[in-house]
Write a protein that binds this ligand. Sequence first.
Ligand code: CA
Ligand code: CA
Length: 88
Amino acid sequence: MTPPSTPAPSLDERARRAFAAADKDRNGYISFQEFLESLRELQIAIPYHDALDRFSKLDTDKDGRVVETEYVNGYLRDLLGGNAAAPS
Ligand SMILES: [Ca+2]
Ligand SMILES: [Ca+2]
């Protein structure tokens, strides 16, 4: 049961994989419903409004869908920019 030895994926490769995993119906974007499901799969238990908040941060053009570019950018932003969401 040893995992195949693959070279460590780059950050945006990881982001793209995470995106593909979250896009359940493979229609090219993540809906909020899919986003909730992916959080659940990752066993990230966050309140509904936090999930909504994260989703809307990813959805930079606010069309209610997170496309791959938005996801990848958000993923990198999260890692590089820190996650210091100031309480409003
Ligand atoms: Ca989808
Ligand atoms: Ca969008």
